[in-house]
Ligand binder design. Structure first.
Ligand SMILES: [Zn+2]
Length: 343
């Protein structure tokens, strides 16, 4: 085990969480005191239903809803796009995290990035098409696309691939110096509306938990995908042992599914199928390949809310590794990787 420190150190994680909560409270208070319009009631982002029960508030501020139809958790009332734009442009926690990502990116080998590159490359290799158009939402400076391109060249895949990315950070887009990557500045929605063509693959990581209407994004994206094209993405899994063993109101080592104004939608292995079908996709695979759940339980032992989790962390190392393998292979790890197909 000990995979966590490859992502960030324990001290960094504690500091980031503390800053996230401080920023969360600051932006809530700023916009609530600033007057009306900063929050609005929305329907369930997963199934579209309009009735919900109120759960415990996030740090006594943001409302959290549980859908009365699909039983999913989501932030409601939802912060406005104006609040979110301000938060992503100025909140301190985001620049802290950006620094960690940049450092991780500069290391020659990062397990998190590499496993994503090899997964997507293997997937592309197995596709029938000899020409593939690939779009990444939230491409930043194109570092993932560049790694993917390099890896595909290295393993000798003979397909013609068009690498396209879109991101809302203009500095990241302009720092790309690889002429083979087509990177665009703007929102995914605006880019899709203006794009004349279709993609065989749309790829994104840790995106859909952040946005006000993932349904609107997926249905728009579907229009710009080839029939049989794939939507491939990762997002936290709320229906996981780690996430169900810890409240969203205790310090967390990794961002949990409810962490407003950043994470607004708690996707899970349970609700993703309904959501995908509602958006016009079929399910190819839903996996939880994470490796850090037991380690997370250990690091957060003082806040565990159930006896099963406490019994797991008392096991010896071999048994813990077995438990981790069971969690990953049975859909109970805290991160999921989904492959959907346009039907
Ligand atoms: Zn629902």
């Amino acid at each position: 085990m000990k995979n966590f420190n490859e992502s960030r150190t324990y001290e960094e994680a504690v500091a980031i969480h503390r800053q996230r909560v401080e920023d969360s409270i600051e932006y809530y208070d700023k916009y609530i005191l600033g007057g009306g319009g900063a929050f609005f009631i929305r329907n369930c982002p997963f199934c579209g239903y309009d009735e919900f029960d109120e759960e415990e508030k996030f740090y006594d501020r943001y409302g959290v809803a549980r859908c009365k139809r699909c039983n999913s958790l989501y932030v409601n009332p939802c912060p406005s796009q104006e609040l979110l734009n301000d938060y992503y442009a100025h909140a301190k926690c985001n620049s802290m995290l950006e620094k960690i990502y940049t450092e991780r990116d500069q290391k020659s080998k990062s397990d998190i990035l590499d496993s994503r590159v090899t997964f997507l490359a293997d997937f592309i290799n197995r596709m029938d098409e000899s020409e593939i158009s690939l779009l990444e939402f939230g491409c930043s400076n194109g570092s993932f696309l560049r790694k993917l391109k390099t890896y595909l060249q290295r393993i000798g895949i003979e397909k013609k691939i068009r690498f396209v990315g879109v991101d809302t950070n203009p500095d990241a887009i302009s720092s790309n110096n690889d002429s083979e990557l087509e990177l665009h500045y703007g929102t995914a929605e605006d880019f899709l509306k203006s794009f004349d063509g279709v993609f065989n693959i749309i790829w994104h990581t840790e995106l859909i938990e952040h946005i006000i209407s993932p349904y609107d994004l997926f249905t728009l994206a579907r229009e710009k995908m080839s029939l049989g094209g794939f939507m491939i993405f990762t997002t936290p899994n709320e229906f996981a042992l780690e996430s169900r063993s810890l409240s969203y109101n205790v310090p967390r080592m990794l961002a949990c599914s409810i962490l407003p104004p950043m994470h607004l939608n708690a996707f899970s292995t349970l609700n993703i199928t309904n959501f995908a079908i509602r958006c016009g996709f079929g399910i190819v695979s839903i996996e939880t390949p994470g490796k850090m759940d037991v380690e997370m339980l250990e690091l957060q032992r003082e806040n565990l809310n159930n006896d099963l989790a406490r019994r797991i962390i008392a096991l010896d190392d071999n048994e813990k590794e077995l438990i981790q393998e069971i969690l990953s292979s049975t859909g109970a790890s805290s991160h999921m990787r989904c492959v959907l197909k346009k039907l």
